[in-house]
Write a protein that binds this ligand. Sequence first.
Ligand code: HEC
Length: 150
Amino acid sequence: MIKISTPSLLSLALALAFAAGPGQALAQRGGGGFSFGSYPQQTGEELYKGVCQGCHMPDAKGAKGGSSAGYPALAGNKKLGSKLYPVLVVMRGQKAMPDFSSFSDAQIANVVNYVRSNFGNSYTDPVTAEDVKKMRPSQGATGPGVRPGA
Ligand code: HEC
């Protein structure tokens, strides 16, 4: 099981201090009433820097893994053109990527909007917390245990 450590307040503060944010998440704090998972970060940028960049790298260009397939780039990744694809990957996990189903609907929407509108990606159709909610297995949209591409 891969453990993701939450960053220290210092590194979070540093990350925020250096954040260049023309494309801040489009749907920050949308949806209201979100339940907190084990991740305190709420905006897409905070979540990316606190959770995703450890694998996908700060520039989202990914990394080559030793014996594994490595971490794919999210920068310029055409698969993000479909907004539901990254939602599913984050919610369900995919192969070597753990799932972040404990994120609230708003957290998933925010981080997906962040990667879809940064790193050279400029998709303008934001995901809403409502979209995410509909894709939760408990909503019956898709069967449990279905993992995209797995
Ligand atoms: C522990 C490392 C790790 C973390 C943390 C992680 N990922 Fe991933 N991610 C991966 C790996 C490995 C893959 C490739 C999975 C595969 O082989 O299909 C991947 C794939 C993806 C894909 C699909 C890319 C493609 O081309 O199919 C997206 C989108 C994605 N991650 C987004 C995120 C977001 C957003 C976060 C933060 C919430 C995140 N990842 C956190 C390891 C990670």
